[in-house]
Design a binder for this molecule. Structure first.
Ligand code: IDP
Ligand code: MG
Length: 139
């Protein structure tokens, strides 16, 4: 049984470049229904907590600084098999390796600045959704 929701973020460089609307449009046209949405600025403490699973990775410090470099969009998306469907839709972590037409291929700028986040499991989709949204913020 796979879940029908995932947590996505539009990352700072994509917001700064003015690509919020284009990326949300791609998500909608891709069949992902928006169930929650907010623009927010992560604090260093919150960014560290969100990416705690990567705390031992060499890129963790840079990743945290990147994710707090400007506002982001957090959104809960609904679709059948949402986690895998959305990861397929955004493409590989490295935009240079992301399939043509995926969000990261179009809007990603580097391995780090790769435009969007998508949860990697149903379990993490729930954890990440609760990280960003209270129950009354999800429709
Ligand atoms: P994912 O976002 O495709 O699930 P993860 O391995 O979970 O990829 O990494 C989380 C985020 O950390 C990536 O989306 C990217 O922004 C950044 N990142 C991953 N690997 C590297 C790296 O080797 N150098 C710099 N940044 C990285
Ligand atoms: Mg990941």
């Amino acid at each position: 049984m796979t879940g029908n929701k995932t947590l996505a973020m539009i990352k700072p460089e994509a917001v700064a470049e003015g690509n919020i609307g284009a990326i949300l449009d791609m998500m909608s046209k891709g069949g992902f229904k928006i169930k929650a949405l907010k623009l927010l600025q992560l604090s260093e403490e919150r960014a560290k907590a969100f990416y705690a699973v990567h705390a031992e990775r060499p890129f963790y410090h840079d990743l945290v600084n990147y994710m707090i470099s400007g506002p982001i969009i957090a959104t809960v998306l609904e679709k059948d098999n949402a986690v895998q469907a959305f990861r397929d839709f955004i493409g590989a972590t490295n935009p240079a390796e992301a399939a043509e037409g995926t969000i990261r291929a179009i809007y990603g700028r580097s391995l780090e600045s790769n435009a969007v986040h998508g949860s990697d499991s149903d379990e993490n989709a729930v954890i990440e959704t609760e990280f960003h949204f209270s129950a009354d913020e999800i429709v």
